[in-house]
Design a protein. Structure first.
Length: 139
């Protein structure tokens, strides 16, 4: 089978780019800098289903992304999680959290309706990421 992005991720996210293993998405909710890594492997729902090499690559890509997001967005805390309750396709959330954000200290899930980015806000984030995520191919 070939890789296809889950319809819910297509609906809720903006495609940002790719790393060697993962597609990089951004949740279309400007209340939180919220990015998602999706390994581009068909029919994977859990990390343990990846090969050993791909598990290591996923962790490396997640750490690379998390470290850079924390620095670029001056995070108070990075929330990194693989839930998959609504979207079974394996994906890792990377949510920049601030003590002043709407949901703090609770999880961001279910904390209100999303507020979409404007086209200019998306361009600003793409420009920031292009300058700083040198290991990532940004669209």
């Amino acid at each position: 089978m070939t890789f296809a992005l889950h319809p819910r991720l297509q609906q809720d996210c903006i495609e940002i780019g790719s790393l060697p293993l993962c597609r990089l998405l951004m949740m279309n909710d400007k209340q939180y800098p919220w990015f998602i890594l999706v390994p581009e492997i068909a029919d994977i729902t859990e990390i343990h289903q990846l090969t050993s090499t791909d598990r290591h690559r996923l962790i490396e890509e997640s750490c690379y992304l998390g470290e850079n997001l924390a620095r670029l967005f001056r995070a108070d805390k990075m929330n990194i999680a693989a839930l998959g309750n609504l979207v079974p396709q394996l994906h890792l959330h990377h949510v920049v959290r601030y003590r002043t954000d709407r949901a703090w200290p609770a999880p961001v899930w279910g904390s209100g309706d999303a507020i979409p980015y404007s086209p200019s806000e998306i361009e600003d984030i793409l420009t920031l990421l292009k300058k700083n995520l040198t290991r990532c191919r940004i669209v």
